[in-house]
Design a protein around this ligand. Structure first.
Ligand code: FES
Ligand code: FES
Length: 159
């Protein structure tokens, strides 16, 4: 079947298997390797992307379901070749160690800040509860998201 959708602001149209997962289309058809596959079972959050602004596990979403929808991946966070505020703060705060969880964490955090510009620490923890990190102990990640939330941001978390 043919899938036509918008990925990181660009319309794409690709031929896919009827049973392809969104994760397969992103990584294999479109070469967007930032989105990771960890558990393939909806448990680790490494594959988190945004579909019409909502954070979803791309390993669980049939690609056919995103026909005509708007997808954002970690590759779409940078603006004009520069990392966005969350990406910069993750680096500065030591919120990245091995980095495997980072793309999914960033997308969950982006979805949170777009729906709630001033989340509490508890709300941040809840927003990333589906994203597992084996390295950091989460505190540095929550610190980074909290620091970005505290910054004045005209209209968009990633500006
Ligand atoms: Fe999708 Fe783990 S790879 S939730
Ligand atoms: Fe290694 Fe999170 S930085 S899993």
């Amino acid at each position: 079947m043919r899938l036509t959708t918008t990925v990181n602001g660009t319309e794409v149209s690709v031929e896919i298997a009827a049973d392809a997962r969104l994760l397969d289309v992103l990584r294999e058809s479109l070469g967007l390797l930032g989105t990771k596959e960890g558990c393939a079972a909806g448990e680790c959050g490494a594959c988190t992307v945004l579909v019409d602004g909502l954070a979803v596990n791309a390993c669980l979403v049939p690609a056919a379901q995103v026909q005509g929808r708007g997808i954002r991946t970690v590759e779409g966070l940078a603006r004009h070749g520069a990392h966005d505020a969350l990406q910069r703060r993750f680096v500065a705060s030591g919120a990245i160690q091995c980095g495997f969880c980072t793309p999914g964490m960033l997308m969950s955090a982006t979805a949170l800040l777009e729906r709630n510009a001033t989340p509490t620490r508890a709300q941040i923890a809840e927003a990333i509860a589906g994203n597992l990190c084996r390295c950091t102990g989460y505190e540095a990640i929550i610190d980074a998201i909290e620091a970005v939330a505290a910054q004045p941001r005209p209209g968009h978390a990633a500006d």
